[in-house]
Design a protein around this ligand. Structure first.
Ligand code: CU
Length: 259
């Protein structure tokens, strides 16, 4: 077990406090927050451990008869340990809001590819909304199932606007290498922009326990050059997967009656 921690990849991952290698333009916001939170916790931890050690050593029992002065309360101390946690939370809150604003910042409307995602029990539907894109000119979709894991194809270095909708229960759209996930909520559209910055294949998953086959709710992400992406969407449409699928108006989460 100890030796398995020695591989080059694992050592590099240690340097990122366990995060995978970043593959999106939004990753630095979350990565910096994650690193900063670890460093801040370490600093707080060292101070607390130091104080504990100091108190244990400094006020250790020196004789059998000497009992230290007994006190009921210490007002300055109590004010201090009421205020310090607020300070800690305040700092974390400030940087969290900053990271959130960075991650959710919008690209200009005409520069983005548009992909509408539907989470359904227990897979994903990807709608490529490219009818108005002169390079493609058509909408196309792909539907995954538990047996057939769907693939999401993304253009490299091009901003994509995701719209997330659910057909039934709350899911969460997560591509770990992008350092980002967003809830997929029935009756509500969540949206975010992201640019994939690394070519290759990644894994996506549902990050919200949504039911029996939640664990099967995975998808592949393939980041390819834009020309290849355009070809892929056109091919989907040519293969008959034309148009976009929509969420049923009244999603049914209960069992359906036969017939
Ligand atoms: Cu799910």
């Amino acid at each position: 077990m100890a030796l398995s921690g020695c591989s080059q990849a694992t050592v590099e991952q240690w340097g990122r406090w366990g995060l995978p290698e970043a593959a999106s333009d939004r990753a630095p916001f979350i990565g910096d927050l994650w690193n900063g939170a670890w460093i801040a916790s370490m600093v707080v931890g060292v101070i607390v451990w130091g104080l504990i050690g100091w108190a244990v050593f400094r006020y250790r029992r020196r004789s059998e008869s000497d009992v230290p002065r007994q006190v009921k309360y210490n007002l300055p101390m109590e004010i201090l340990y009421t205020l310090v946690p607020f300070l800690v939370i305040g700092v974390l809150f400030f940087f969290t809001v900053q990271a959130q604003n960075g991650v959710l910042a919008k690209e200009s409307d005409d520069a983005v590819h548009k992909i509408d995602v539907i989470g359904q029990k227990w897979s994903w539907t990807f709608n490529y909304m490219e009818a108005e894109n002169p390079a493609i000119g058509v909408d196309a979709h792909t539907v995954g199932t538990v047996e057939e894991i769907p693939t999401l194809v993304l253009p490299l270095d091009k901003p994509v606007r995701f719209k997330l909708n659910s057909a039934d229960v709350i899911h969460s759209f997560w591509i770990p290498d992008f350092y980002f996930k967003l809830d997929v909520i029935p009756g509500r559209t969540n949206t975010f922009d992201v640019t994939a910055t690394k070519e290759g294949t990644f894994l996506g998953k549902c990050a919200e326990l949504c039911g029996t086959y939640h664990a099967a709710m995975v998808f592949h992400v393939e980041v390819v050059p834009e020309a290849e992406y355009n070809e892929y969407v056109k091919q989907l449409a040519a293969d008959g997967q034309t148009g976009a699928l929509i969420v049923p108006e009244f999603p049914s989460t209960g069992p359906k009656l036969e017939g």
